[in-house]
Write a protein that binds this ligand. Structure first.
Ligand SMILES: C[C@@](O)(CCOP(=O)(O)O)CC(=O)O
Ligand code: SF4
Length: 389
């Protein structure tokens, strides 16, 4: 990869050791992926924030990157706990101490401590055609596909390096030729809500890291698109998709001949697990939008939850929707911010069987939380939450 004179100097250490390390990460990536140059980015989302996923080795890496400030607006992926109410959440003290240490390091770098996987709902700059360096796979999928911005799926270290330099190597989804669809997906059934997550699980498994082009019978809303992309990135590694007559780049490419047909039966078969012995109902993977929170408020109206019910969303949305939050809390459900059901230590807290309405959470919970999972739609989740047994 060709560096400018000033980038070369940064690589030689002229701007200090931290920028040197950051530039080394970017230059190495650029060489591996045959990037021609570094390009400026509008924003960064850094994953690898939870102590559960990065551990002490992660803290060590972050300590080595201390001493510099980020050069573009930067937010974080969910941490391992609600930063204010972690004790109520049952998070062990030892874990909380480490988690706070991690966030202190990010704060020192001038990173905005908004910990969410839906940074497109919390003011992180992004727009059609803009280059970004985001990490969390559902956020990457959303911003590439639904917005038409351009980002690869960055690892924690490469995102942080991009934030410290303000640039990223120009390869992969930054280039138009890599954004063309590889395979057409035709769906015979009209879908709603969590059906999109179910579809995403099927397609992620089928297509790996290819770019799917959907022909659908129904028109998904933004929340449904979020669920579709999240699930495809969980069972597969899809970072970009197009939907005929809907997503912003859909008409710019030829429709691929190679086609997969998805049947009603296949979608139905994705739902799994029994409704017995659920000890936690967990909603908000990816983090909820204001509309989704309103829907939950309606479903819980005049009802009481009988099981632990945890609802995950960005702190900013919680703060803006205090009436809704109050109503939901009165039903017994807990509103939790800054973290999620996958990256908080649910296994240490002691949950054994978790019910979700998210195709992505259903995929990750068994391995990440060592718990059984039941996957259904939102209404069923609320029914189970309000049910005695
Ligand atoms: C599973 C995931 O949503 C959360 C864990 O990510 P991390 O701890 O922020 O690296 C990450 C992803 O899918 O990109
Ligand atoms: S597992 Fe789900 S809720 Fe957690 S960060 Fe990923 S998308 Fe967000």
């Amino acid at each position: 990869m060709q560096l400018t004179k000033s980038e070369e100097k940064t690589l030689d250490g002229e701007k200090g050791e931290v920028c040197q390390k950051a530039m080394e990460i970017l230059a190495t990536l650029g060489d591996i992926y045959n990037a021609d140059k570094l390009i400026e980015i509008q924003s960064v989302q850094v994953a690898g924030v939870s102590y559960k996923t990065i551990g002490d080795a992660g803290i060590e890496f972050l300590n080595d990157m201390k001493g510099e400030k980020v050069r573009v607006p930067t937010q974080l992926n969910p941490a391992g706990m609600d930063l204010e109410h972690w004790e109520k959440q049952g998070v062990p003290k030892k874990f909380a101490k480490k988690q706070k240490q991690i966030l202190e390091i990010f704060k020192e770098m001038n990173i905005n401590i908004k910990c969410t996987c839906t940074p497109y709902l919390t003011g992180l700059p992004h727009g059609y055609g803009q280059h970004l360096a985001w990490s969390e796979s559902s956020a990457v999928s959303y911003v590439n596909s639904v917005i038409g911005a351009r980002t690869n799926r960055e690892g924690g270290p490469s995102a942080l390096a991009a934030a410290l330099i303000g640039k990223t190597p120009n390869y992969g989804y930054h280039l138009k030729e890599n954004r063309k669809p590889d395979i057409t997906i035709k769906v015979e059934k009209e879908l709603q809500n969590s059906d999109y997550g179910a579809l995403g699980r099927i397609i992620g498994r089928e297509v790996g890291n290819q770019v799917p082009y959907y022909i659908l019978k129904s028109k998904p809303n933004k929340d449904e698109l979020k669920g579709l992309g999240a699930a495809m990135a969980a069972t597969g590694a899809v970072a970009l998709y197009h939907i005929e007559n809907q997503t912003p780049e859909n008409s710019q490419f030829k429709k691929p001949k190679n086609t997969i047909n998805v049947t009603k039966k296949q979608i139905e078969n994705e739902y799994q697990g029994s409704k017995e012995n659920i000890d936690l109902v967990a909603l908000g993977c990816p983090h909820l939008s204001p509309n989704q929170l309103k829907t939950i408020e309606k479903l819980l109206k005049n009802r009481q939850t009988k099981k632990e019910t945890w609802i995950f969303l960005p702190r900013e949305i919680k703060n803006k929707m205090q009436n809704t939050v109050q109503n939901i809390t009165e039903s017994g459900a807990k509103i939790i911010t800054d973290t999620c059901m996958v990256v908080s230590p649910l296994e240490e807290i002691g949950f054994k069987k978790i019910m979700v309405d998210s195709g992505k959470a259903a995929t990750y919970i068994p391995s990440m939380c060592n718990a059984e999972v039941t996957y259904s739609n939102l209404k069923e989740c609320i029914e189970v939450a309000c049910n005695e047994n």
